[in-house]
Design a protein around this ligand. Structure first.
Ligand SMILES: Nc1ncnc2c1ncn2[C@@H]1O[C@H](COP(=O)(O)OP(=O)(O)O)[C@@H](O)[C@H]1O
Ligand SMILES: [Mg+2]
Length: 266
């Protein structure tokens, strides 16, 4: 196989021909999750007119599983930021606008936020029983459920030479409260690690920016018009979800962030 044209966290992206790519997952990555990504994106392709790479087929190659997609001839916003980190600040508004577009849709057939997160929260040993109850209450609040991406960040957005934006990577999509989806992005901006494959200088620059600037609040402001109480409850829920499913090394900073929100009033 040729050299990859891009890297995912647990996958490599290969060009197949001018119009298609293969996202090939690492050995041992759970097939169930890849199937989830494929099922989600098929639903979204059928029921919305969002710009997304069309899913072509799911394949097994020896002991790896992958998905063929329509190739997007463009660059991810993450790669643009690597060329010029200041773009991180100029693209914020566009990212929030795309996020609001996602939330315009309701897609039947997607798992709900309750189906996706209650098991995760109940089973984790990183939260105590009071904390779990608090989060499960927010999770179950009756709201109008809309399409949520679940992992909306600059690595999952591409732009082509005509300035058309595409939203990728729908594995974590669910039907739920848009405020939770916004909070997941906000918390991610504040606590997640930069991907390992990027050059060291950027890795450390990102870690520095994250600590100095309040990127979570910045994203909430960019998205705009969310009631403060809903923000606080969903930031707590989103940080509990990140804490429960996080598999990297800076667990302490995730816990620290969760506790800071827990002790805040709004
Ligand atoms: N359909 C596509 N066309 C072109 N490049 C793609 C496509 N899908 C993914 N990529 C590239 O691969 C990177 C990682 O893909 P992504 O689906 O987000 O993987 P992961 O699930 O591991 O985060 C993207 O940021 C983008 O640069
Ligand atoms: Mg991604």
């Amino acid at each position: 196989m040729n050299r990859p044209i891009a890297f995912g966290r647990c996958s490599k992206i290969f060009e197949v021909d001018k119009s298609s790519i293969l996202k090939l997952y690492d050995k041992g990555f759970a097939d169930e999750k890849i199937q989830q990504e494929y099922d989600n994106i098929k639903l979204i392709a059928t029921h919305t007119d969002l710009n997304i790479p069309k899913p072509l087929k799911m394949v097994k190659l020896n002991d790896q599983t992958g998905i063929y997609y329509q190739k997007i001839s463009g660059t991810s916003l993450m790669d643009l930021f690597l060329i010029n980190p200041l773009r991180y600040f100029t693209y914020g508004k566009i990212i929030a606008k795309l996020h609001r577009q996602v939330h315009q849709y309701q897609v039947n057939g997607l798992k709900t936020q309750i189906e996706v997160f209650s098991k995760l929260l109940k089973n984790t040993n990183r939260l105590n029983s009071n904390e779990k109850e608090l989060l499960l209450n927010t999770l179950r609040l009756k709201k109008r459920f809309v399409l949520c991406h679940g992992d909306f960040h600059h690595g999952n957005i591409m732009v082509d030479s005509l300035g058309k934006y595409y939203i990728l990577d729908w594995m974590d999509a669910f039907s739920g409260d848009y405020v939770l989806d916004v909070a997941l992005t906000a918390v991610n901006a504040s606590v997640s690690d930069a991907p390992k494959h990027i050059p060291h200088i950027y890795y450390y620059a990102y870690e520095f920016i994250k600590r100095v600037l309040k990127l979570d609040r910045r994203y909430l402001n960019l998205y705009g018009s969310i009631e403060p109480r809903a923000i606080r409850d969903n930031l707590l829920l989103a940080s509990g979800i990140h804490l429960a499913r996080f598999s990297g090394s800076n667990l302490a900073s995730h816990r620290h962030y969760f506790e800071a929100i827990l002790s805040s009033k709004t």
